[in-house]
Design a protein around this ligand. Structure first.
Ligand code: FES
Ligand code: FES
Length: 157
């Protein structure tokens, strides 16, 4: 069976030795101890597992690890590498856009990806751009406020 032995995660090459058909989510969590990406539904319906792949929000529960070999993977752990929060993280904190926090890493990475393609989104664009991110705690209005506040503040993806 084909194996994957290296992944580019959060700016560095990480050695792994995993079956090519494993999901990216399971490799991140179980092999690389990057547990920020969450297992929610496991079938593409909640976006709790969202990470960035070449800057694009990607559901890691549906992504085979072989599909991201050599691509730039960013997890929530990689968004503030020098300990300084990414503007979207800061905006979520400032707007109190979390409750239990389970959906929050995926929400933040989804918002980073959204702002990369629409730097100043309207409320309607935020709603449609974040469609699919499920929050059982109902923080949606505060998430929209946070993304509006982060708009135009830049930040890496
Ligand atoms: S865990 Fe991936 S979409 Fe729900
Ligand atoms: S803050 Fe609890 S699921 Fe979103």
């Amino acid at each position: 069976m084909a194996r994957v032995t290296e992944l580019l995660v959060n700016g560095g090459w990480r050695r792994v030795d995993v079956a090519a058909d494993r999901t990216l989510l399971s490799v991140l969590r179980d092999d690389l101890d990057l547990t920020g990406a969450k297992f929610g539904c496991g079938e593409g319906q909640c976006a709790a597992c969202t990470v960035l792949v070449d800057g694009v929000a990607t559901k890691s529960c549906l992504t085979k690890v072989s599909a991201v070999e050599g691509k730039r993977i960013v997890t929530i752990e990689g968004l503030a590498p020098e300990g300084k929060l990414h503007p979207v993280q800061q905006a979520f904190l400032d707007a109190d856009a979390m409750q239990c926090g389970y959906c929050t890493p995926g929400m933040i990475l989804g918002a980073v990806s959204l702002l990369a393609r629409a730097p100043n989104p309207s409320e309607a664009e935020i709603s449609s751009g974040m469609n699919g991110h499920i929050c059982r705690c109902g923080t949606y209005p505060r998430v929209v406020r946070a993304i509006r506040a982060a708009a135009g503040k830049g930040g890496r993806a």
